[in-house]
Design a binder for this molecule. Sequence first.
Ligand code: ZN
Length: 176
Amino acid sequence: MKGYEPRSSSSCAACKFLKRRCIPNCIFAPYFRSDECKKFAKVHKVFGASNVSKILVEVPEEQREDTVNSLAYEAEARLRDPVYGCIGAIALLQRKMVELQHDLAIAKDRLARYVAAATAAAATAATTHDHVSLPPLPEFFSCGDFNDNLCHSSSSQLPLNRHESVDDFIQIPYIF
Ligand SMILES: [Zn+2]
């Protein structure tokens, strides 16, 4: 006789991992299915089962799944990058965003100058009844520096090595 079958296939991943009986109202059961042992192991390693349990109790039930998902994401990132964890990914995206905003500003500036030159040329042609001709394309459209910048920016490796600091991310409300 096995009695209650404490660690049967119906036990959640947390109770399997912790080698305890999974009770009907187990706080972990809805979020750590029996086949998600790795997910719980990572969360447990970084946060500890007790702390995860406390966090879940404090969170409204309808938000617990999102809570577990973010804890799992954070744990995964921390195990992959023990120094920066999630901040490493955020810093990389933050730096790429700044670089792309810079590239976009350059592109807009060049486009504005091209439009201004085209407008001036059209006005001159209208007054002289001459043939309207557009000015030659600026170098932006013929050289590859914009794309090159994008390629270089994506090859960046470690975050937080230039102007960035962790404080920068306070400006970013959402990362998902
Ligand atoms: Zn359980």
